[in-house]
Design a protein around this ligand. Sequence first.
Ligand code: C2E
Ligand code: CA
Ligand code: CA
Ligand code: CA
Length: 274
Amino acid sequence: QKGKYPERLAFYNLDLERNLRRKMTLNEALKGALERNEFRLMYQPIVDTTGQIVSFEALMRWRYREQEISPVEFIPLMEQSGRINQVGKWVLEEACRTLAQIHQQHGNICMCVNISLIQFYDKGFVNNVKQVIERYAIPGHLLHLEVTESLFQSEQTMINEKVSQLQQHGVKFSVDDFGTGYSSLSVIQNMNIDYIKIDRSFIQHIEQKGLSIVRAVMNMSHSLNFSVIAEGVETEKQRQLLEQCGIPYMQGYYFSRPLEHPGALAYLNTAMVQ
Ligand code: C2E
Ligand code: CA
Ligand code: CA
Ligand code: CA
């Protein structure tokens, strides 16, 4: 019993040190990652109740030394260093370039782009989005910006203004990972949000507790005037239950994993032909 505690402490320090070292290494590597073309986007389809693809979500990938590092790990690092602003611009540009191609070939398909809260604090953010839309001649309503609930706990006036400025150009806003944060629905109503994406954790448990939450969000969507997307749909059973709740849009491995660009277009083509 006596020697146990210091031993554990030693393990703990080792873990801490290892974590810290990995963070530092990745941070260092992230500095030039954009210039070295180590980032790319993948695109995951979002379908309507008939199975038609109505939009794609752009998801970042980082290849570092023959390894794929998850955005769950590197996005927070870039948020902390502020690098997310520059890289976020690249993501927007790249996603809109793809959107323009899809739009030209297939008509009105939307592109969902994840935006970090940090990007809203960048003075050039609104202008940058407007410029990119103009440069690629994209109808604003085809661009959907996904933000998490934490956005609504920050500087309300500033965020509100930027959101509505972009909405005036047609751009749509979605609340990502809905149900995992703390936003109140009145805030969402004030913000005039266009879509709510119900977090995967509720869909995973839809056969138990998740169902009542999905139903509740669906009910609110009518009175608060937003539309609903279910995230992380993996099984036919989940799809059925969501359909019964009247969920209009779904996304998840059941329909398709995120796809490389050419694959996404090929998939889109066959979906349109059927
Ligand atoms: P998210 O925005 O909630 O994106 C959905 C995540 O769930 C993606 O993970 C996607 O691959 C995964 N997913 C989709 N369907 C399923 C499913 O049926 N089952 C399971 N288990 N997972 C599914 P990914 O690509 O690893 O991205 C993780 C997170 O990283 C994203 O979560 C988003 O918060 C962030 N992220 C990714 N790209 C960007 C970006 O360009 N900018 C910013 N700010 N964040 C990004
Ligand atoms: Ca998202
Ligand atoms: Ca999400
Ligand atoms: Ca997320």
